[in-house]
Design a protein around this ligand. Structure first.
Ligand code: AHR
Length: 282
């Protein structure tokens, strides 16, 4: 009798184990994430945020791809996610345009696409499910409004004397470059004596911010303000300004966007005046 009871217990346990593994095991959802690169402190924090969020959820599996600032690499990665039949695609659009066909392919394959940080162009937005990102236009406005308050507080703007601004733009065609420019220029409309005397792309990394600022300093004798579309370019520009024998933060007012640690170090040292927050923790 005891033998039969033991056999029954063993069989019952086997049935339990099999049914847990077949019915109760949580499904693993595969997420393909295409990041654009590692051009800034902000970007590295954003990559960490996505990897960490997906990594801590046992029901998710991340397939990560770094496009190294090339749209063709990114489109290749998206196509490989589709071929692999991932459950969801997440990506940051390097630039706004050029993703229509691959988004159509994802839609046809029934794979939802979530944008992280940078969106695609308006005409392609019906092809993606949603976006986790920031209001870049608002960030540009905040930068200009901060400048207005600061100039007023310091008695540096009488509303007549021209305020010369140089602008370091982000990657040409990217949502933050387009929208941070737009927001700043919109807010500038109430300050007719402010003038953007030079505006060029520095593509977002520090090295290019420095190189473009060097060119601005050679071309313009009287620069009052630098508006950089991100902190890394502002930090690069600060080096260029110092090397030109000027005092960043005093001779030239420095404004960046992102609020990364490096910018706070510059602000504490008096070399930078303002950074507009843009959270990478998406
Ligand atoms: O898209 C967000 C921007 O991209 C950040 O401001 C910048 O630092 C990054 O490279």
């Amino acid at each position: 009798m005891k033998k039969w009871i033991n056999l029954f217990v063993v069989l019952a346990l086997m049935v339990l184990v099999i049914s847990i593994s077949v019915v109760g095991a949580p499904k693993t959802w595969v997420v393909g994430f295409s990041q654009i690169g590692a051009e800034s402190e902000w970007r590295n924090a954003n990559t960490f945020s996505v990897q960490h969020a997906i990594g801590e959820d046992p029901t998710l599996l991340l397939v990560f791809s770094d496009a190294q600032q090339k749209q063709e690499n990114q489109i290749k990665a998206l196509r490989s996610f589709i071929a692999r039949k991932v459950d969801c695609i997440a990506f940051t659009a390097l630039v706004e345009t050029g993703y229509g066909p691959v988004l159509e392919e994802a839609k046809r394959a029934g794979i939802p696409v979530i944008m992280i940080d940078r969106d695609v162009a308006k005409e392609d937005r019906h092809l993606r499910l949603t976006i986790m990102g920031s209001d870049f236009v608002e960030e540009g406005k905040k930068a200009a409004n901060w400048l207005a308050d600061y100039l007023k507080k310091k008695g540096l703007d009488d509303g007549k004397k021209q305020i010369n601004i140089v602008e370091l733009q982000g990657t040409v065609g990217s949502a933050p470059a387009i929208e941070r420019k737009k927001g700043f220029e919109e807010a500038m409309k109430t300050h007719p004596n402010w003038k953007i005397v030079r505006s060029q792309t520095g593509n977002f990394p520090r090295s290019e911010g420095k190189a473009v600022m060097e060119a601005f300093l050679k071309a313009e004798k009287n620069i009052n303000v630098l508006y950089a579309h991100n902190d890394d370019m502002a930090i690069g520009a600060i080096q260029a300004i110092q090397e030109a024998g000027l005092k960043p933060g005093e001779d030239i007012i420095i404004i960046g966007v992102d609020a990364v640690k490096g910018a706070f170090a510059e602000i504490m040292a008096g070399r930078m005046n303002c950074t507009v927050e843009c959270s990478p923790l998406l």
